[in-house]
Design a protein around this ligand. Structure first.
Ligand code: FAD
Ligand code: NAI
Length: 471
């Protein structure tokens, strides 16, 4: 195509789905470009939602706020007496930004290393020309045989409480310049509990308002119950089954009126975080103009090989739906590049870990006991508490348990569910065993180092055969 830079693969979107797809495509020998529009502080910043305003900064703030809480409330138990910690929020936020800068710079480095051309701006599908796709980036045009759409998702807006002023989304909730005295959160989902925890630890009075009658309803009920009990003990306030009726704001703050059972309640907050899920992002992509098919909820429609209705146009990550998780997006990035190269890329959707980075942490993979039964499977269950584990006792954190759900006939592990210290790391072992279609006996007979938290996983697996040693 005259006057146009031609690539083998153009990826639109530089989040976990897009940047990983671009790197893998380049590794496979494709001349690859990645177009990304994200800006932070007025500058291009690769890594998408996850690196810039999601996974990475939220975990940095969870870590910092947990240390703050530890100094103020937990160190004395270890015989370490410290005068109460003072908060330098500006420094904490600057550290978070530095972590993001470093990780985003890492993606820029990886692009250079793998010879991925990085283009900044909105990428728009324009037309098919001589068997290739022309993509506009600002007033530049580039072309490629294959295009991978990885444009991610954006926060869902509550029509009664549009973002702006004191009503913020995830990005706003990671950047309050002062700790709000009273923080309202609409949505007791993953963002609600993670960011609610951050600001509670830093001193806010946090109230979480949730439409559903229960808490974390996709998790194992025993896990959700234990987590809710711990969060309430920490002082997070929850109201379930509420219906938001009116949200108004002035210079001083936000007023939320909601129906809670037969009561109408009006609550006043300094800030309100709305975290009620995320919607696919296809704005500016030119989807309608080129006839890219979306489903009724706006997700790009794909087949099992990430192919859209348009020839040689693929889509991956949050924009195609399913679990809106960075690691799911990354795996799809690898798989689609390998498929384009004629290889057998594959993502095992049966074993995707979910992790919530609160205190205690929550993690699971596979089926809950209830889900397995709904599929008509007979199950055996083993459960073991952190309270019977020496390492957890040493840490001074014995909350929670691990639960292993296995098929009663074959003993294959169907699901592992955890709430407790460091379970974000412990779930990795469970996922590996499940990926290899392992049994509870495989896990139970594996030597686990002593004393470690991982012994709780082993004991829970032993529990499937009712032969735990330490309980
Ligand atoms: P995104 O990360 O959204 O990236 C899409 C990119 O495409 C963006 O940079 C966007 O600007 C760009 N873009 C969009 N349209 C265009 C266009 N037309 N042209 C050019 N560029 C375009 N997941 C986890 O697994 N673990 C976590 O701990 C976790 N924490 C989270 C915390 C928060 C607060 C939030 C909001 C999300 C969190 N997630 C977490 C979810 C995770 O961020 C997403 O699942 C992940 O970012 C999806 O990756 P993606 O590449 O599909 O989309
Ligand atoms: P979510 O789907 O986890 O939770 C949204 C909650 O809001 C639900 O409980 C829902 O019932 C509730 N809700 C919806 N409408 C409501 C209304 N009108 N009033 C009151 N409550 C309402 O979504 P969230 O927390 O916004 O996070 C978005 C996604 O980002 C997550 O689903 C997850 O995929 C990803 N994420 C992952 C993290 C992790 O892996 N640790 C951390 C943060 C986000």
């Amino acid at each position: 195509i005259p006057g146009v830079d031609v690539f083998d693969v153009i990826v639109i979107g530089g989040g976990p789905a897009g940047y990983v797809a671009a790197i893998r495509a380049a590794q496979l020998g494709f001349k690859t470009a990645c177009v990304d529009a994200f800006e932070r502080g007025g500058k291009a910043s690769l890594g998408g939602t996850c690196l810039n305003v999601g996974c990475i900064p939220s975990k940095a703030m969870l870590d910092s706020s947990e240390r703050f809480e530890m100094v103020n409330h937990e160190l004395s138990e270890h015989g370490i007496l410290v005068d109460s910690a003072k908060l330098d929020l500006a420094k904490m936020l600057a550290r978070k930004e530095a972590v993001v800068d470093k990780m985003s710079g890492g993606v820029t480095y990886l692009f250079k290393k793998n010879k991925v051309t990085s283009l900044h701006g909105l990428g728009r599908l324009v037309r098919q020309d001589q068997g290739g796709w022309v993509v506009a980036v600002g007033d530049q045009e580039v072309a490629a045989k294959h295009v991978i759409v990885a444009t991610g998702s954006s926060p869902r807006e509550l029509p009664l409480a549009p973002f702006g002023g004191h009503v913020v989304d995830n990005a706003g909730a990671l950047a309050f310049e002062q700790v709000p005295d009273r923080l309202g959160v609409i949505g007791a989902g993953v963002i609600g509990v993670e960011l609610g925890s951050v600001w509670r630890r830093l001193g806010a009075d946090v109230t979480v308002l949730e439409a559903l009658p229960g808490f974390l309803m996709t998790a194992d009920p025993a896990v959700s119950r234990e987590a809710l009990k711990q969060f309430q003990k920490q002082g997070l306030k929850f109201s379930f089954g509420v219906k938001i009726q009116e949200v108004t704001q002035d210079v001083a703050g936000v007023k939320v009126t909601y129906q809670d059972g037969d009561k109408t309640v009006t609550a006043e907050f300094d800030k309100l975080v709305v975290a009620i899920g995320r919607v696919p992002h296809t704005k500016g992509l030119g989807a309608q103009e080129v006839g890219l098919e979306l489903d009724e909820r706006g997700f790009v429609k794909t087949d099992a090989h990430y192919r859209t209705n348009l020839p040689n146009v693929y889509a991956i990550g949050d924009v195609i739906g399913g679990a809106m998780l960075a690691h799911k997006a990354e795996e799809e990035g690898v798989a689609v590049a390998e498929m384009i190269a004629g290889q057998a890329g594959h993502v095992n959707y049966e074993v995707i870990p979910w992790v919530i980075y609160t205190s205690p942490e929550i993690a699971w993979a596979g089926l809950t006991e209830g889900q397995a039964k709904e599929r008509g499977l007979d199950v055996r269950v083993g459960q073991f508490p952190f309270s019977a584990n020496g390492r957890a006792a040493g840490h001074g954190d014995t909350r929670g348990f691990v639960k292993v759900v296995a098929d009663a006939k074959t003993d294959r592990i169907l699901g592992v569910h955890m709430v407790g210290p460091n379970v974000s790391e412990l779930i990795g072992e469970a996922v590996t065993v499940m990926e290899f279609a392992g049994s509870s006996e495989d896990l139970a007979r594996t030597v686990h180092a002593h004393p470690t938290l991982s012994e709780v996983v082993k004991e829970a697996a032993l529990g499937v055969e009712k032969r735990t040693i330490h309980m």
